[in-house]
Design a protein around this ligand. Structure first.
Ligand code: GLY
Length: 424
């Protein structure tokens, strides 16, 4: 099977690593990819317009891809999956209409209301909303404000704050960018990221994971795309994953079918586990980043077959997924200045840079002497172990050997779970 992966970050590096290990995958390509990905796949840097359906179809046809796996949300929302399907090419990823579950938070709220899924109370403020109406809306929320960019922000457009001034400033910034704002009530409880393979009404969950979104230890600092993650969750009740599937993912999948926009691909449910059980914080229409790096590190089933079965309507007959015992942890090495203004172009050294079982490349390129930083989240370091403590130790040992001037990472990824401090 010849597979084309679309994207260029750590999530796509994890996908390549999983696909490479599947003996049925004979040929791997990535567009645009990065130099580190060339160890596992043919990279196509000239196809950097990943949200241009015509360009992506051109490449998939040119290499005679049997399956295209779309990593980021923007190409999905822009209809790349639709264009590929029109050409008869199998695609792992939803149509543009179904990808609205991430593309429009108001759409997602509407689907959840119809499906009876628990979620935060929300109000949308369109650009141009007058000052008095914005202030009145803020009065109806708080003291914990959740202010979201109701467009595509790659998980980065959310401000959660107890400062009304900061909440108002984010409303104004999102409006200045021409996007609507979604104000939400704050959902209490530990967060869970559950990724489900979805093919119409068939839903198959992967292992549950937890992301750490704040930039600094002890959940301080600005929100980021994610600074590290671990899987599975020792504190989740034994029936936790099944409850999320039954109470959230299946009702949403059925509602999407009912609307004539069946979902296919990866449905990412971001949840808070409160007193009444799981409630949805957000949906994404693609694999999460960096949770995928940890989750796929434990997948034993052949990834190419799993994604292909989903893409070709055979998910219901796929053998049950098999997983390694134990835990996986991923820690993000971020560039100085991340998330506001990451510094780029600094050399990176480590003995593990070309070992994708230990280091996945999220934002690197090559310079004269080797790899250099080329993004905010630069590397995703992986650790596995029989216990969460072992997995953490393995990841932090790899980090000890990495040098990148000015870089930083959180030292407490998975630590509250290891210490048994998370309860629901
Ligand atoms: N880990 C957050 C995201 O993928 O959006």
């Amino acid at each position: 099977m010849r597979i084309l992966v679309i994207g260029s970050g750590g999530r796509e590096h994890a996908l390549l690593t999983g696909l490479k290990a599947d003996p049925t995958v004979t040929d791997l390509h990535i567009a645009p990819g990065s130099p580190a990905h060339a160890k596992q796949a043919t990279v196509h840097p000239e196809y950097s317009q990943v949200d241009d359906p015509a360009r992506m179809v051109e490449l998939a046809v040119d290499i005679a891809a049997d399956l295209v796996v779309i990593g980021p949300e923007v190409p999905l929302v822009k209809g790349v999956a639709d264009a590929l399907r029109e050409r008869g090419i199998a695609v792992f990823g939803p149509s543009a209409s179904a990808a609205q579950i991430e593309g429009s938070k108001a759409f997602a709220k509407d689907v959840m209301a119809a499906a009876g899924v628990r979620t935060a109370r929300a109000e949308q403020l369109a650009p141009g909303t007058n000052d008095a109406d914005i202030e009145a809306a803020l009065d109806r929320f708080g003291p914990h404000f959740v202010v979201k960019d109701d467009g595509l922000a790659g998980g980065k457009g959310v401000v959660v704050t107890e400062s009304r001034d900061a909440a108002r400033a984010h409303v104004d910034a999102v409006h200045a960018a021409g996007n609507p704002v979604l104000l939400e009530s704050f959902l209490d409880g530990p967060e869970v990221s559950l990724f489900c393979l979805v093919d119409g009404e068939t839903v198959v969950p992967l292992l549950p994971a937890q992301d750490h979104k704040r930039a600094y230890d002890n959940d301080e600092g600005p929100n980021t795309g994610g600074m590290g993650a671990y899987t599975p969750l020792p504190w989740l009740p034994a029936d936790g994953t099944q409850r999320i599937v039954d109470e959230v993912c299946v009702p949403v999948a059925k509602e999407m079918v009912k609307r004539g926009t069946p979902y296919t691909g990866l449905l990412y449910a971001g949840l808070a586990w409160g007193k009444e059980g799981p409630a949805v914080v957000e949906f994404n229409c693609r694999f999460g980043d960096p949770e995928t790096q940890a989750v796929l590190a434990l997948l034993k089933s052949p990834l190419g077959e799993v994604l292909n079965a989903t893409a070709t309507g055979r998910l219901a007959s796929l053998a049950p997924l098999e997983w390694e015992e134990g835990y996986a942890v991923t820690v993000v090495l971020a560039a100085e200045g991340y998330p506001a203004s990451p510094r780029k172009g600094d050399p990176i050294t480590s003995p593990d840079l070309d070992d994708p079982t230990r280091v996945l490349h999220a934002g690197t390129t090559t310079g004269e002497g080797g790899y250099v930083s080329n993004g905010g989240r630069v590397l995703n370091v992986l650790g596995r172990g029989a216990t969460l403590a072992d997995a953490r130790a393995a990841a932090y040992e790899v980090l000890d050997g990495i040098k990148l001037e000015g870089s930083f990472f959180r030292k407490d990824i998975a630590l509250p779970a290891e210490k048994g401090q998370i309860s629901i």
